[in-house]
Design a protein around this ligand. Structure first.
Ligand code: GAP
Length: 536
């Protein structure tokens, strides 16, 4: 079993992640967090919020920051006025191209199909597969079936060049779809908007049409004035939001990596245009450090600056923080977070709805009066500095992270197989989730060595004291203690507290460290303070 299959199996077995609606066969692209998973993801989001917002000291200047800055938060609705998505560009531009197979009724993302020209006895076909680890093997299997070639004769197939993307072809007549039996069953690529549509109120028609937000960011932009007026914040300041977003991804895959319902942790940081590049660099480095501080190994994590060709027309700098997930090919990285310099694009768009006439399609859609059909709110979203009296539209730096992707990266990074002694002292392979203690779903497990001689009573008192202090603890008295340790190792619990014969005499317990396996004696009265100190 590969490491990803082992992780997926552990996630189900130990209650980190379940397929949504599993008893009905599941729903592709939707995942439920189980009892351990919900704690892990909550810890990821809470740590982010504490590090970025609540715990942020806005009086002193953070190391590397161009000046002191304030941070505040918002919690906006998932359904917003449809005009928000028109002005943000999502209504017109947030789409993928897809192709359908008329024969199998399957749907594929156009840019994720690849293929090779295959010839056999004067017959030629462009045989396709979905991109991925086994694309070449799939193409060969498809080609053998299509040309009716047996395994022993497969050398009679001639391949023309390397695997290439389907996007390079414009004639679909000779294309064999990934699961089709005949040529030419794939449709021409069609645009597919990724926003989920719904209807608000009793009006089932288009007047009631609305969308589930595909990002949390827009809620921050449209509340910019409200935040300025109610909080009296001064630029530079940031507004953070954590919440669900929805994208009708054509091909959700790789566990929770690409889901249709997911959570984002986004910051919109408003600053003076003249200092925006310093702030961009600051956020890029600060966000990268957040992941390394929480244990993502630097060789699997990378900060990748976008090449000029990759930048949106309004951005003068974007970087992705990427992680080498085990489901990717050697050398490949998947995006955890993007940090973008967005200029004044968003505020200006919600204000005026018309931007650079060459690059913004909103201005190209004219109404009957000849004016742009989709205008912004018309509200003044400029900022006036009350000290300098300068009026300007702030520039925005946007660090936008995925809570589910971060959680998945922490799960992948934590998964470890090493050796530890079993109940008889023999070294055996163990599976251990080495989460940073701040992220671990359970912080401590309390285990009476045996279920007699007053040990369970003392252990329950220790457990209650931990719970009363708000520490996520677990009580377990069933089975051999070695097996109970293994269960906690798989859950990623950093500390086990064992009540044994000596506890009753000297009022101490054993504290076992999950990673080093070191065991020390600790006075019962110090347990709560010691565990609190260690998990912060
Ligand atoms: N406001 C900017 C924005 O939404 P994005 O790169 O589209 O930018 C930001 O998304 C982050 O949200 C990504 O880096 C990723 O972590 C997460 N994300 C995006 N689509 C996702 C999906 N389908 N499933 C899980 N996470 C996703």
């Amino acid at each position: 079993m590969g490491s990803m299959e082992k992780l997926v199996s552990l996630c189900k077995r130990r209650g980190f992640l379940f397929q949504s609606s599993e008893i009905y066969g599941g729903l592709n692209g939707f995942w439920d967090y189980g009892p351990l998973g919900v704690e892990l993801k909550r810890n990821v989001k809470d740590t982010w919020w504490r590090d970025m917002v609540n715990g942020h000291d806005d009086i002193s200047c953070l190391e590397g920051a161009p000046s002191p800055y304030e941070m505040t938060g918002l919690d906006c609705t998932i359904i917003m006025h449809p005009q928000v998505w028109k002005c943000s560009g999502h209504y017109d531009l947030f789409h993928d191209f897809m192709v359908d197979c008329r024969q199998t009724k399957k749907r594929y993302r156009h840019d994720q199909l690849c293929g090779r020209w295959v010839t056999h006895r004067d017959k030629k076909a462009f045989v396709t597969s979905q991109e991925g680890d086994e694309a070449d093997e799939n193409i060969e299997r498809q080609a053998m079936k299509f040309f009716k070639v047996r395994a022993k004769d497969k050398d009679s197939l001639e391949y023309d060049g390397k695997t290439v993307s389907l996007t390079t072809l414009d004639d679909f007549a000779e294309v064999l779809g990934p699961d089709a039996k005949e040529l030419g069953t794939l449709t021409e690529p069609r645009e597919f908007n990724l926003m989920f549509k719904t209807y608000v109120g009793a009006m089932a028609g288009e007047e009631g049409a609305a969308f589930l937000r595909p990002e949390t960011a827009q809620g921050i932009f449209v509340n910019f004035k409200n935040v300025c007026d109610s909080q009296r914040v001064r630029v530079p300041f940031g507004v953070a939001q954590v919440g669900k977003s929805f994208r009708n991804e054509i091909t959700p895959r790789n566990f929770t990596f690409r889901s249709r319902e997911f959570e984002q942790m986004e910051i919109e940081f408003f600053c003076h245009p003249d200092r925006s590049h310093e702030w961009y660099k600051f956020w890029r480095d600060r966000r990268f450090k957040w992941y390394t501080d929480l244990g993502l190994a630097s060789e699997r994590l990378q900060l990748r600056d976008h090449h000029e060709d990759e930048l949106s027309h309004y951005s003068t700098g974007t970087a992705d923080i990427e992680y080498a997930f085990p489901f990717l090919n050697e050398g490949e990285f998947g995006e955890l977070e993007g940090i973008a310099h967005r200029g004044d694009f968003d505020l200006r768009s919600h204000m005026e709805g018309k931007l650079d006439p060459n690059s913004n399609p909103l201005t190209l859609q004219l109404g009957e009066d000849g004016k742009p059909k989709y205008r912004g709110s018309g509200k003044d979203l400029t900022y006036r500095d009350d000290l300098t009296n300068e009026k300007f539209i702030p520039h925005v730096i946007e660090p936008s992270a995925g809570a589910d992707r971060a959680t998945l990266a922490f799960l992948c990074e934590a998964y470890t197989e090493d050796e530890a002694p079993d109940d008889k002292g023999n070294m055996k392979t163990r599976t251990v989730m080495k989460f940073d203690p701040r992220l671990a779903p359970l912080k401590a497990a309390v285990l009476p060595l045996v279920k007699k001689e007053g040990m369970p009573e003392v252990a329950k008192d220790v457990y209650k004291a931990l719970k009363a202090a708000g520490i996520a603890a677990f009580y377990d008295e069933k089975g051999a203690v070695g097996r109970r340790y293994r269960r906690q190792d798989e859950a990623g619990t950093p500390y086990c507290l064992t009540v044994d014969g000596d506890t009753l005499k000297d009022k101490t317990v054993t504290l076992r460290d999950r990673d080093s396996l070191e065991q020390i004696r600790l006075p019962i009265d110090d347990v709560v303070s010691e565990i609190s100190k260690r998990v912060q």
